[in-house]
Design a protein around this ligand. Structure first.
Ligand code: UDP
Ligand code: MG
Length: 326
């Protein structure tokens, strides 16, 4: 084993962590398929299902699973905190030596666990899924995702694999490093890559959603993209100086041209061009202010140091039993 943290006398525990929003029609199937692959591994395991303020009966469905199955730990968050925070909550609660992150909609096939475990045995700390094919996603989602990763790749020093989501197998030591990062604006796939250690891509085909529809509409995708950019790069701030220089140069060129025309007796009538220049400059200034604002607002929110989330209730037969023994 490559992780070095697995003790010899006790079989290592496997944790599967799944953030669930409104996934009522998928959780039973999720539980069935995840349990099957975990049993195949022959290791002690737990399935941590984080209920992220669901409103469609997902909570009840998951509680029911937790009451029937010792392996299930249901964590009901106090409200909907969003995918990345819900995932962070699950990761903080899980106890495994190896941790698999899944989406509740079964877009990432749990059946790949065996192959990912084998890869980790080669000494990797993170085995991250990389989508080679995506079924049932719109061309717009594909195009925007690919553009986003390309742009991010240019701006950011750490390498963030394109076409990778949060589907990954992590070692306990990598997870402990991740948990040690307290920031509120979380782009987890980027944070994991930032940690370092030995990481390897694991190509797979992304499936269609088992049930329901995506919870990542355009607005949330854009917000996640802005989080990613601002958490990993200050290049947009430099953009301001760059634009300043560009427009300064442009001004000089225009001035030169005007003087030249003037020297041969042409006085250029100027108000249209003036108005255009003012509009452009005004909008550039506002844009730059907006970029500053993104960073400033995030600094403000981070300085409050609020907890990332609150838990409403945890339902787990195994944990209840453990507490009873104390
Ligand atoms: N999710 C969540 N909270 C949210 C939105 C989504 O926990 O506010 C979960 C959702 O249940 C799923 C995962 O995050 O397990 C990914 O969401 P989704 O499948 O909607 O995103 P997509 O695969 O379309 O990018
Ligand atoms: Mg999905």
């Amino acid at each position: 084993m490559g992780t070095g943290k697995i003790s010899a006398h006790r079989a290592p525990m496997l944790s599967v962590v799944v953030p669930c929003y409104n996934e009522r029609d998928g959780v039973a199937e999720l539980h069935r398929r995840v349990s099957a692959v975990c049993l195949e591994q022959g290791l002690p395991y737990e399935v941590v299902l984080v209920i992220d303020g669901a409103t469609d009966g997902t909570r009840e469905a998951i509680f029911e699973l937790a009451e029937k199955d010792d392996h299930v730990v249901a964590i009901d968050l106090a409200r909907n905190y969003g995918h990345q925070i819900a995932l962070s909550a699950g990761l903080e609660f899980c106890r495994g030596q190896r941790i698999l992150i899944l989406d509740a909609d079964l877009q990432d096939p749990p059946e790949l666990l065996g192959a990912m475990m084998a890869k980790m045995d080669e000494g990797f700390d993170v085995v991250y899924g990389q989508r080679v094919k995506r079924d049932g996603e719109s061309w717009f989602k594909l195009a925007s995702a690919s553009m986003f990763y390309r742009l991010l790749g240019r701006m950011v020093d750490v390498e963030i694999a394109s076409d990778s989501g949060d589907f990954r197998l992590m070692s306990r030591r990598a997870l402990d490093h991740l948990i040690a990062m307290p920031e509120r604006y979380r782009f987890i796939r980027g944070m994991v890559s930032w940690i370092g250690l030995r990481q390897v891509a694991f190509p797979y085909e992304r499936q269609r959603r088992f049930a329901g529809t995506t919870h990542y509409p355009l607005k949330k995708m854009v917000l996640l993209a802005v989080d990613a950019m601002t958490s990993f790069s200050i290049v947009p701030l430099r953009f301001a100086s760059l634009l300043g220089m560009m427009f300064g140069l442009l001004g000089l060129v225009v001035l030169g041209y005007t003087l030249l025309e003037w020297s041969v007796g042409n006085v250029l009538p100027g108000w249209t061009s003036l108005a255009a220049i003012m509009l452009i400059l005004g909008s550039v200034q506002l844009l730059v202010l907006g970029i500053f604002g993104e960073y400033l607002g995030r600094m403000y929110m981070e300085t409050k140091r609020r907890p990332l989330y609150f838990v409403n209730e945890i339902v787990s037969r195994s944990q209840a039993a453990a507490e009873g023994q104390d």
